[in-house]
Design a protein around this ligand. Sequence first.
Ligand code: IPM
Ligand code: MG
Length: 370
Amino acid sequence: MTLKILVLPGDGIGKEVTAEAVKVLKTVVEGVVDLDLRHGMIGGDAIDTVGDALPQETVDLARECDAILLGGTGVKEDEKRAPSEGAGHGLLRLRKALELYANLRPVKLYPELVGASTLRPEVVEGVDMVILRELNGDLYFGEPRGIFKDETGARYGINTMRYSESEIERIARAGFELARKRRGKLCSVDKANVLETMTLWRQVVIEVSADYPDVELSHLFIDAASMALIRDPKQFDVIVTGNVFGDIISDAAAMLAGSIGMLPSASLADGDFGLYEPVHGTAPDIAGQNLANPLAAILSVAMMLRHSFKMEAQASRIEAAIQSVLAQGYRTADMQQDGCTVLGTREMGDVVVDAVRHLSQDIKTPAETV
Ligand code: IPM
Ligand code: MG
């Protein structure tokens, strides 16, 4: 078997963390499957080279592959560009073009990182949830949009919060299915008390729930959900929400896991195809300094192996390797703790590679002696 993967390092620290993720990927599949890694351009480099944040060639390459591993998109110059011309927009267009509508953002606190969170240990210990963010609709894509001038010449801006019934239904189903595989609890987050789009959201989620009597459904408004997430995060199993609210609360939830540098994500279409990327951005301020935490990118590889390639053993091996390097006291600068050894991006990649190798040996030995 050959895994056909499109690697899109993108901008800033995206390049650095992707290099480490690829190193770990190569190690964990060694002797099991072959890799056919294709490389493409997206974001700032693509703008500089071909004048487009998402070249058609990249979309074509993606369609030939079974999965995408992405670093991040966004550059400093974006501040001076219209949102639709920025590097980050390349990623938004790719999500839309490939109909990657279900964005899974697991938030799990490794016990070793309890002290790295800004919240009290008893609040965060044992946090284990998934934020399921809709990725193809909402204010991100609704029309009309733009900056216009009224009759007096004063400017005004418009974005449109738009969701169709079918878009809500498919993400709701994904949420119920996911909750069913976990602890059976789904919390739908909306703003149904103010926004019609969100009133429809709630109605459709309730309609879909009829097919999932075994899943316990609850609803929260986004403001109350933000508070609950910080006050008592352990109550959550799966949270399903729209594109904008999901963008915001997943960054907030990152602090529950100690650092945003620990959060992987999967953006899935129907079927097995997916795009896997760390939740963090491109951090231009620390780019190129070997400071970034590569663990979110490495954990994204685990999500890829599990979901797109059904390679559960290899996925768990990566997660166990990360657990083991954290237990050995290795950290990157974003999650410094007393008594720990702070490593650079490449060195963190190296210790994970070593841990994967050790775990592979441990697993092989009993089988070989039988
Ligand atoms: C994310 C990011 C993106 C988003 C940006 C880079 C366009 O913040 O994946 O959460 O807003 O979706
Ligand atoms: Mg975001």
